[in-house]
Design a protein around this ligand. Sequence first.
Ligand code: NI
Length: 192
Amino acid sequence: MRRPLRIAQIGHPILRQPTRILTREELLSEEIQSFLDDLVETMREASGAGLAANQVYQSLRICAVEVRNNSRYPYRPNIPLTILVNPVLTPASDETFINYEGCLSVPNLRGQVRRHCEVHVEALDREGNSISTVVKGMTAATYQHEVDHLDGRIFLDRVEDPNSVVTLENFQRYCMDKVAADVEALVKRYGS
Ligand code: NI
């Protein structure tokens, strides 16, 4: 049985170092394939919407994303399990929106971050096949959050209004109803 990996917390230098690109050969190695299973297991165990390799102390340009009836984000639409290797994101339009985010490496805090509504994604999947697609809405925000990790950035770096930073408890008490309505509108518009 797999054991979840430990998750680096804000202040650990590995979260601030840009991660390293993998070769296709490396990606297909038993070691990395096994690590990908551990990464997914750890994300699920912690109820994350995504997890970047450097959050589990591997400075590699890999992240996983999945939302499936998530207890930390009950108002969020589902996202199928996706592993992105060497991802590159490019905005696909000028439009942005404000997203309330949290992070497994930033315990107990949520804050508002500006994200592109649509991004183009170039990456490899875990088998080394090319992914070239556009993601929108909440899915786009989640991808941007994870790829920020791979560049050594944390969502707090992008908070424009410090007043938006709240504990999880106060998020649920004061913010969640409005956020749930905003997300519903976004999903209506973008389908994700
Ligand atoms: Ni995060």
